[in-house]
Each structure stands twice: as structure tokens, then as C-alpha cells.
Design a binder for this molecule. Structure first.
Ligand code: AKG
Ligand code: FE2
Length: 344
């Protein structure tokens, strides 16, 4: 349990050596927030919003949304709840602790496999599935006592917002109504705590990666998230009560590369801890379930023509996830992306 960064980092004066990144993996010079990253008001005219979303998905693979329908009160409740969760005495969290990223509801630290990492990340993560709620709620934390009720309501609201946005992406791409319903059934959450770090120039919260799934919705309270565009890192403004929306590899494939996933990472902060509450929509759980009907991913046939041939082969989502996890565990520097084996 003492592995959790939050259990030992309070007041430390220097970064322990197994958290000091080798020079090529450090965050480098301070990177400011980039004001060009689109912030889209979902109360505007629908056809304008669709145009803005599509443009953002093509140029950045990421945008922020405001007036999205999830109430500010609910977003604030989540911040308070997770602050309380991470500050609970260790005994109250012991039952959830897992050494590696695994199935079900777990609390783990650093990357997907702590034991195999040469250097660790300055982060603790609680994660669990969310859909269907009744099936997963019994696995969620029992403390704070209101956890299941509040997070249940939040997951329902985020799902509504998420499908609203996905439907607009589908419409913008020219896909039939409801296209994403089947391939976005799974919903899971990861809540990351990046404790205050004595020297952010040496440590990393999360290394550069793109998400494997369809789309991700993220609520954040402090600066720390950065995206890569045209080979340069840029900071994502922590706008209060906005959601950051980023595209995963699966949506890049379905769109036949019309839209792009985005490489992102998290740097640490010396003046405050940072919490991000992240909701993922994906075709099936990140860790495959036995006897599941295989979900096939491929470029949408509506987007493939003789002048626009498919860029990717079709494949089972669970195989892709296995390859993705193997890729992110590979030592850096590494070449290519997890999409490469599927390119035609
Ligand atoms: O904490 C963040 O801002 C990003 C988290 C993230 O990239 C992830 O969970 O995949
Ligand atoms: Fe991510």
C-alpha cells in the first residue's frame, strides 16, 4: 500500500531516484497553455457546433466543451468526493489496492505494470467500469458513503453528453444515425491523482500516449495535461467546469483517418496536486471479457470509396487492446504507433 505516491509524497523535498525520468523522458522546458485549442459552446446552433467539432477533430484530435449539460454542481461534487476519497486513511483503501492495472475496481499507482517499470510515474489511479451501472456499482468503493450514488448520477450524465457529442461527430462524418451506439457501449472511469511534486522537471505524471478507445471525456482541476501537435507539446487550459474531449485510435480507424487521435501526456506540479476524472467510451472493456461477442473495428463503409480506399484492415477490438497494452509497456524510445500493424 505504501507504494501509492499519495501515501508517502506529502512534504518530500526531492524526487526519489526511481521516479527520476532519464533525460530524454523528462518534460523539458515549461510549456504554457495554448489558447488555440478549440473551446466549443454546446448551446450554439447545432450545425455550427458540428462544423467546429469536426474541424477540431481533424486539426487537434482534442477540444473542450462548455455548456455541455453536466451541471456545475455535479462536477464540483465530484471534485470534493475524490479529494475526500484520496485523503481517506490508508486502511479504507487497502481492499481496492492492486499492484497492476487489472479487471474490476482497482486502485493502483504509476503505469500499467509497476513491477516491470524501470522508472515510475508520479500518479495514483482509481478505475472502474460504469456501464451498465447496476452490474458494476457493487464493485465500486463503499467509502465515502455517498460514492456510489453520486458517481452513478455523474456517469449517467456524462453518458448522455458523450453520445450527444458522438452523434454530432457521426453526423459531421456522414455516418448513419446511431452509428456509434454499438461500438461505444462500454464506459469506464479512471480518476488520477498527481500529488504535488518537489521537482516537476524530473518526474512525469503520464508519458506521451494516445488512448486506444473511441473517445475520452476529462474533467481536470489544475494544469498538467499537454498534447502534441505537429511535433510540439502544448498545454490544455484547465477551464473550470469544461470537459476536455479527446479522440482515441479506434475513432481514427473508423473515420478512415479523416479524424485523428491525439498524443497526450501529463506533467506534475510543484504548487498543487492535480486530479483528473476521466471517462472512456470504448467498444468493449479495456481488458477483454471471456465469451464476449467479438467487436470488429474497421473503417466505416460509408467513408470508403474507390478514390478513398480503406487505410486500415478490420480486426477484433480485443486483439488491438492486447497489442496496445504491449506497446505502451515497451521501453522508450519506441518506434511507430500501435496502429501500424493494421495499416494497409
Ligand atoms: O490525467 C489526465 O489529464 C490524462 C489522463 C490520461 O491520459 C488517461 O487516463 O489516459
Ligand atoms: Fe490518455
Amino acid at each position: 500500500m505504501s507504494l501509492l505516491v499519495s501515501s508517502w509524497s506529502n512534504g518530500v523535498q526531492s524526487v526519489p531516484k526511481d521516479y527520476v525520468m532519464p533525460p530524454e523522458r523528462r518534460p523539458g522546458d515549461y510549456i504554457a497553455v495554448c489558447k488555440e485549442i478549440p473551446v466549443i459552446d454546446l448551446q450554439n446552433d447545432r450545425s455550427d457546433i458540428i462544423q467546429q467539432i469536426l474541424k477540431a477533430c481533424k486539426e487537434f484530435g482534442l477540444f473542450q466543451v462548455i455548456n455541455h449539460g453536466v451541471s456545475e454542481k455535479m462536477m464540483a461534487e465530484m471534485r470534493v468526493l475524490y479529494d475526500e476519497f484520496f485523503n481517506m486513511p490508508i486502511e479504507d483503501k487497502l481492499g481496492l489496492f492492486a499492484k497492476t492495472y487489472g479487471k474490476g475496481c482497482t486502485l493502483h499507482t504509476s503505469g500499467v505494470n509497476y513491477a516491470k517499470e524501470k522508472v515510475h510515474f508520479w500518479k495514483d489511479t482509481l478505475k472502474h467500469d460504469c456501464h451498465p451501472l447496476e452490474e458494476h456499482i457493487p464493485s465500486w468503493p463503499e467509502k465515502p458513503a455517498r460514492y456510489r450514488e453520486e458517481v452513478g448520477r455523474y456517469a449517467t450524465e456524462v453518458r448522455k453528453m458523450g453520445f450527444k457529442i458522438l452523434n454530432m461527430i457521426g453526423e459531421g462524418l456522414g455516418l448513419p444515425e446511431g452509428y456509434f451506439d454499438r461500438v461505444s457501449q462500454e464506459q469506464y472511469m479512471a480518476i488520477h491523482l498527481y500529488p504535488q511534486c518537489p521537482d516537476p522537471s524530473l518526474a512525469m505524471g503520464i508519458d506521451g500516449h494516445a488512448d486506444p478507445n473511441i473517445i475520452t471525456f476529462l474533467q481536470q482541476d489544475q494544469y498538467g495535461l499537454q498534447i502534441q501537435k505537429d511535433g510540439k507539446w502544448m498545454g490544455v487550459d484547465p477551464i473550470p467546469n469544461a470537459f476536455v474531449v479527446n479522440l482515441g485510435y479506434t475513432l481514427e480507424i473508423i473515420s478512415n483517418e479523416k479524424l485523428k487521435s491525439v498524443e497526450h501526456r501529463v506533467v506534475t506540479n510543484s504548487s498543487a496536486s492535480r486530479t483528473s476524472i476521466v471517462t472512456f467510451f470504448s467498444p468493449s472493456p479495456t481488458l477483454p471479457v471471456e465469451n464476449e461477442v467479438p467487436i470488429i473495428i474497421q473503417p466505416a463503409k460509408e467513408l470508403v470509396t474507390s478514390s478513398n480506399p480503406p487505410v486500415f484492415t478490420s480486426f477484433q477490438y480485443k486483439d488491438f487492446v492486447a497489442r496496445y497494452l504491449a506497446f505502451v509497456c515497451k521501453p522508450r524510445p519506441r518506434n511507430g504507433t500501435p496502429l501500424d500493424p493494421y495499416r494497409i
